[in-house]
Design a protein around this ligand. Structure first.
Ligand SMILES: Cc1cc2nc3c(=O)[nH]c(=O)nc-3n(C[C@H](O)[C@H](O)[C@H](O)COP(=O)(O)O)c2cc1C
Length: 400
């Protein structure tokens, strides 16, 4: 996908520098040329030889190196890439970039990059207190306002032994961000994508209902990502607290039966269907017209709701069908069964037991299962970046 692209990978002196080797490897695997620049401090953390071997290109580091192709290599290097990423970006390099200081090869090249023509991603990584220092915080804010793309660090265990925000965004997630920045060209232009999101509510009486903890975040993130890539998006959503993305056909519904009706109505036109909604399997047999009054024990009888996914699986012709499985046990087993029973092309399985996965949170950790039994493990990433990754995979597998 990244063939013919040149990426400039700046590495500054933070513990996360070792992850940049993986990022370089992923980029090379995608077919792009990677030119690495390392600061003096970065070379204390990871060997330039490793980066040279991974990228097939010697690493640039010193401003005054007689071995460069031209005396003004810092300018030439700033003109060549399609995208620049600094990962990890130390507090120091962020401070220098904010202040316009150019005292080594990386900081000089960064000032010489024309942001109008070449996106620059900065992936800060540092101890939480450093990150929250007013100067660092202010620098990151200013750089974001000036048009730099900030890969907001994750929460988690830090190398210093503390826990908090400051972990560099994982290489696979950075790769998705790079693709997103490079391909705001519309690879889903003209493609009709039907997405369901959120929970459904099954009324018991005028004030009570049965529902679940789905926040709708995954489905909304998918709708946003697909729209950004040019798709015609229909988002059928149960009740959520989220703002629907701009530029889509938004269809709010409440119950499973309402969702069923709209999904079936929109199915014919869809090229891709992603069912991220957590549809209630059952609804109360009776929906009382008046509020149920307190009295002794009470039993609620339930009846099955229509199985939207199964029905789409049975009816589909051209549509590429993606389902979600949220499980608390036997994740792969249940996901495989669901994939088969519902005639899915791909299933996104998330283990609700894992921290950072599933309902309510902004991140997810999933396994992607494809027809033919292939399973891909995806590490923790934001639902938004995961959405772009899922769209990449759908693109790769559709029409195979
Ligand atoms: C063991 C060790 C780990 C460090 N980790 C980080 C880090 O994760 N983030 C950071 O901003 N600085 C970190 N530093 C401090 C930087 O290396 C230092 O500020 C250096 O001047 C950065 O130079 P550079 O930005 O030119 O690479 C670390 C220093 C040491 C000794």
């Amino acid at each position: 996908m990244l063939q013919d692209k040149t990426i400039l990978l700046g590495i500054s002196g933070g513990i996360a520098a070792y992850k940049s080797a993986e990022l370089a490897r992923l980029l090379v695997r995608e077919g792009c040329s990677v030119q690495v620049i390392m600061t003096r401090s970065a070379k204390k953390f990871i060997s330039p030889l490793t980066m040279h071997a991974l990228t097939g290109r010697p690493v640039y580091s010193s401003l005054f190196d007689s071995g460069y192709r031209t005396a003004t290599a810092h300018i030439q290097t700033a003109r060549e890439p399609d995208l620049v990423i600094v990962a990890p970006a130390t507090a120091n390099i962020l401070g220098k970039l904010t202040a316009g200081i150019a005292d080594d090869f990386l900081s000089t090249v960064l000032l010489a990059v024309d942001l109008e023509k070449c996106p620059v991603i900065l992936a800060p990584s540092m101890n939480t207190t450093m990150l929250e220092n007013a100067a660092v915080k202010g620098n990151i804010f200013l750089l974001g306002k000036r048009g730099y793309v900030i890969a907001d660090p994750n929460d988690g265990d830090l190398a210093c032994g503390e826990t908090g925000k400051g972990r560099m965004v994982e290489p696979l997630e950075l790769l998705e961000l790079i693709k997103k920045k490079l391909f705001s060209e519309k690879d889903y232009q003209g493609v009709n994508v039907l997405i369901s999101a959120g929970p459904t509510r099954e009324a018991l009486d005028p004030v009570r209902f049965l529902s679940n903890h789905s926040s709708g975040k995954m489905g909304y993130a998918l709708a946003r990502a697909a729209r950004e890539r040019g798709a015609n998006v229909v988002l059928v959503s149960g009740p959520t607290a989220l703002e629907p993305p701009a530029g889509i056909d938004f269809r709010p519904v409440v119950s499973a039966r309402e969702m069923y009706a709209v999904m079936m109505d929109k199915l014919e036109k869809a090229d891709i269907v992603v069912k991220a909604a957590a549809v209630a399997d059952y609804r109360p047999v009776e929906n009382f017209s008046q509020k149920i009054k307190k009295a002794g024990e009470m039993q609620v009888n339930l009846v099955r709701n229509p199985d939207i996914l199964k029905e789409i699986g049975a009816k589909k012709n051209k549509q590429f069908l993606v389902g979600f499985a949220a499980e608390t046990e036997k994740l792969l087993e249940h996901a495989r069964k669901k994939m088969e029973e519902k005639n899915l092309d791909m299933i996104v399985a998330n283990d609700l037991g894992q921290k950072g996965a599933g309902f309510q949170v902004d991140t997810n950790i999933v396994r992607l299962l494809y027809q033919g039994g292939f399973v891909e493990d995806i590490p923790l990433m934001t639902k938004y970046h995961l959405s772009h990754l899922i769209l990449d995979r759908i693109k790769d597998h559709r029409g195979r």
